[in-house]
Design a protein around this ligand. Structure first.
Ligand code: AMP
Length: 143
């Protein structure tokens, strides 16, 4: 299964935040949209970084409530691991495990065209196992 299959089901819309927004604004957005991470994009749509719940916890632990007024760029991760539609989901699972992150933006021709979360990866893995299970049961029933 590829990333394209996941995006076909969940869509290509990605909630993003502008680099000059504050941590408080990013938190409000993430809470509102019920998401655990948000890519930071420039005016041209270019991916500048990613801000996740972990970064927010780290910011608050280090700077207390004052950190809420800082720009998201201070706490985001700038070196973002990205993927494309053609990548196999099993490779994304490995990327997430090795990199210890739970979100991978999909980028094509410099444009953000989706985001894969660990929840999407787990869901697709369960679907694959269920399909295989069903095929085996049908095979046994007809043998
Ligand atoms: P997460 O597990 O996705 O909440 O993120 C854990 C840490 O990894 C945070 O510091 C994130 O900014 C960072 N992070 C999340 N996604 C990525 C990614 N695709 N590439 C690099 N770092 C990431």
């Amino acid at each position: 299964m590829t990333v394209a299959r996941i995006l076909a089901a969940k869509g290509s819309d990605v909630v993003t935040v502008q680099p000059y927004r504050t941590l408080q604004e990013a938190i409000d957005l993430m809470n509102d949209k019920r998401i655990g991470a948000v890519p930071v994009t420039g005016a041209d749509g270019a991916l500048l970084g990613i801000l996740s719940e972990r970064d927010i916890v780290r910011a608050l632990a280090a700077g207390g409530g004052a950190a809420l007024n800082d720009p998201v760029t201070r706490y985001m991760t700038s070196e973002v691991a990205t993927t494309t539609r053609h990548t196999r989901v099993s490779d994304i699972r490995e990327l997430m495990t090795d990199g210890r992150f739970r979100h991978v933006p999909v980028v094509e021709q410099g444009r953000l065209t989706g985001i894969i979360s660990i929840g999407d990866v787990v869901k697709s893995h369960i679907e694959e196992i269920e399909t295989e299970h069903r095929a085996l049961r049908d095979y046994i029933a007809t043998a």
